[in-house]
Design a protein. Structure first.
Length: 156
């Protein structure tokens, strides 16, 4: 699959999802029903002022196309009340646990890059960054919080 470069600064999640679903960026935008350009936080600089896209919108499109999306958190927390948090520790195997989920699987990796959230497509071997770059996992430059595993539903 060739890389899909986001045509807008707020479209990294949409471009990553288009790659994961093997459709064009335009097709995904049409199925979501908006282009993410609405300004909702005018006090913020670009791209933070834009609506952008939410993973739940991507999940809705994926399900309609027979694809399940499963979140695999890099560091999981448990909370009894939404205020107190307990980090689930996987010991020294924590990094291996997350990377094992990436092995030969496809999906979207999300996290923080500088001051904004960012999303990239993982093809099972390489990162396809919607800014127009392809590179190995070891070269990722964002604080990863989740791998969204895309799996075709066989009985769909």
């Amino acid at each position: 699959m060739s890389i899909i470069k986001s045509p807008v600064s707020w479209g990294c999640l949409a471009a990553s999802a288009a790659m994961a679903l093997k459709i064009s960026y335009e097709t995904l935008i049409n199925e979501i029903g908006h282009d993410g350009s609405t300004i909702i936080f005018p006090e913020l600089p670009e791209p933070g002022k834009r609506r952008g896209f939410h993973m739940q919108e991507i999940i809705d499109v994926a399900i309609k196309r027979g694809v399940a999306v499963t979140p695999i958190e890099a560091l999981s927390y448990s909370t009894p009340d939404g205020l107190k948090e307990f980090a689930l520790r996987f010991g020294i195997e924590k990094i291996k646990r997350f990377q094992n989920h990436l092995t030969e699987k496809k999906g979207i990796i999300t996290g923080m890059k500088r001051i904004w959230r960012h999303a990239v497509y993982w093809d099972g071997k390489m990162i396809h960054d919607p800014i127009g770059q392809i590179y190995p996992y070891v070269d990722i430059t964002m604080d990863i919080d989740c791998f969204w595993l895309f799996t075709e539903i066989k009985s769909f």
